[in-house]
Design a protein around this ligand. Structure first.
Ligand SMILES: [Zn+2]
Length: 270
């Protein structure tokens, strides 16, 4: 039986997870849960750095966050589309990694890759649970995979050379899907206290040196390195204040909260 994940965070770009829910992932890892990160793209369209820089930095950031698993799919950066083929690629990862909880980006945002990743991720979670759906032929290319990785052949007979091990990947649907809302101005339905994880999360963001060190390229889009800490801190403090803690990360769940004992409901009212 392969080891499975407790929590899988899915996002469009390497560094999205660090910026939106890195503290939460670190906290879960510190509690002994197995966490993973699936980046849909490899960052080849980024204003700064190359996809190779990004792969190295993503591995470093994953280590800082204590993640047990991280991969990037080969969906083109800047062109995340909710196609059948892309849904199968993500569904296959969900069947392989079998997370109980999936963290997706919120479904509205400035960058189309972010909000499309949200719907794509949700629909992939649904498809992964369909007993009669064979998604084994969609071959996700792992980080570092050669350019000759098998082309997508969804629905085609399986080629055992290119798809070794996929035959036993059983149907799986995550129990819970939550949405990381930090990129969008919406009131979260809950926040996670990351007071003890804040420094680690900041380090995981700063691991993307090609992005966040001062340079000429993208000078008008990226904050100066000296400002990053205060920006990240301001957001974390704001969401922390909503719940009476120092630092927090915001999430939204579509479902209602279930309460068993009124005396244990957290967050002071008055
Ligand atoms: Zn992004």
């Amino acid at each position: 039986m392969p080891t499975t994940l407790d929590v899988l965070a899915i996002a469009a770009h390497r560094d999205d997870v660090e910026q939106t829910c890195g503290g939460t992932l670190l906290k879960m890892a510190q509690r002994g849960h197995r966490t993973g990160i699936l980046d849909l793209t490899r960052g080849e369209m980024g204003t700064r750095g190359t996809a190779q820089d990004r792969a190295r930095e993503a591995a470093e950031a994953a280590k800082i966050l204590g993640a047990s698993w991280r991969e990037a799919l080969d969906i083109p950066d800047g062109r995340v589309e909710n196609t059948w083929e892309n849904r199968l690629k993500v569904a296959r990862v969900i069947r392989q990694q079998r997370p109980r909880v999936v963290i997706l980006p919120y479904w509205k945002g400035r960058h189309p890759d972010h909000y499309i990743a949200s719907l794509l991720g949700y629909e992939a979670c649904f498809l992964a649970g369909l007993a009669k759906l064979d998604c084994s032929a969609a071959v996700p290319a792992a980080v570092g995979a050669s350019a000759s990785t098998a082309p997508l052949r969804a629905g085609c007979p399986q080629d055992s050379r290119q798809d070794a091990g996929a035959t036993n990947v059983a149907v799986h649907r995550p129990f819970k899907i939550i949405y990381a809302t930090l990129y969008y101005d919406i009131r979260p339905t809950f926040v996670v206290d990351i007071t003890d994880q804040f420094e680690g999360r900041l380090q995981s963001i700063m691991a993307y040196k090609s992005q966040f060190t001062d340079q000429e390229a993208g000078k008008n889009i990226f904050p100066a390195a000296a400002n990053i800490r205060s920006r990240v801190e301001a957001m974390a403090r704001f969401f922390g204040m909503l719940a009476g803690v120092t630092y927090a990360e915001p999430f939204l769940q579509k479902e209602v909260g279930l309460v068993d004992d009124l005396l244990t409901i957290p967050v002071k009212s008055i």
